[in-house]
Design a protein around this ligand. Structure first.
Ligand code: 77H
Ligand code: MG
Length: 214
């Protein structure tokens, strides 16, 4: 029977990456997506910007919205300090199953908690279910029309503190116009656009980094 793209991506990781070596997992996925099949990972170019933000913030608590196959999950977790925790939300059970295996291959299972479900359902439960006070860094990479409502939800649930960083993928392609409008005009955020390209292509895309001012 026909395999899925996430299954073929996992096979490429298991074939070409070294167990327990997160950067080799990232490299194997990027090679697969450049040489074999495009896939919606943040990719190597925007991934370098992601790396620099993670390194600068050095977060103890990270929330990722939209795991897909775990590429950015592994990329972020590979840079976290020893006791840091990354919670990643994925509602597609097939993608979640693939991501768990990618995360396991990278040897990062003890830093990452993958939760299956929709952001709108889980954000209000973060404190009670995971003992989270606030997130130091949030990576938004899920439904593009959920970036704004989920940001407002995180504010309402008290999950952001003065200095929390939001990093949003795809603000140009596919685009998140209502989120950009809000975050760039709100007195509660200081935003910065990092211009780049849509993963594995020449099309424009970029990351929007926003600091919550409290
Ligand atoms: N609420 C909730 N909670 C939890 C969840 N878990 C998953 N989801 C649903 C997420 C579905 C995938 C989201 N990602 C994208 O759609 C995406 C698309 C492109 C792209 C595609 C075609 C083009 F021609 C150009 C660009 C590029 C990207 O980098 C993207 O990230 C959830 N939703
Ligand atoms: Mg994306």
């Amino acid at each position: 029977t026909q395999t899925t793209r996430p299954q073929r991506m996992l096979a490429a990781v298991q074939k070409n990456a070294t167990r327990g070596d997160p950067r080799s997992v990232v490299k194997a996925i990027d090679q697969f997506c450049r040489q074999k099949e495009w896939a919606m990972n943040v990719g190597d170019e925007k991934g370098c910007i992601l790396d620099s933000v993670v390194t600068e913030v050095n977060p103890a608590t990270v929330l990722e919205l939209g795991t897909y196959c775990g590429y950015s999950t592994v990329r972020i977790a590979s840079l976290l300090p020893p006791d840091a925790k990354l919670i990643t939300l994925e509602f597609n059970p097939h993608n979640a199953a693939i991501a768990r295996q990618v995360i396991a291959w990278a040897g990062l299972g003890d830093k990452i908690q993958l939760v299956e479900g929709a952001s709108g359902d889980w954000i209000p439960k973060m404190k009670e279910k995971f003992g989270i006070e606030t997130f130091d860094l949030v990576f938004l990479d899920h439904w593009k029309d959920r970036y704004l409502p989920d940001t407002k939800l995180m504010e309402e649930c008290g999950l952001l503190r003065k200095g929390s960083i939001l990093l949003a993928d795809n603000v140009i392609s596919p685009g998140t116009p209502d989120y950009l409008e809000y975050i760039r005009n709100s007195p509660r955020y200081k935003s910065q656009y990092f211009r780049s390209h849509l993963e594995y292509t020449k099309a424009e895309d970029g990351l929007e980094k926003s600091v919550f001012l409290g």
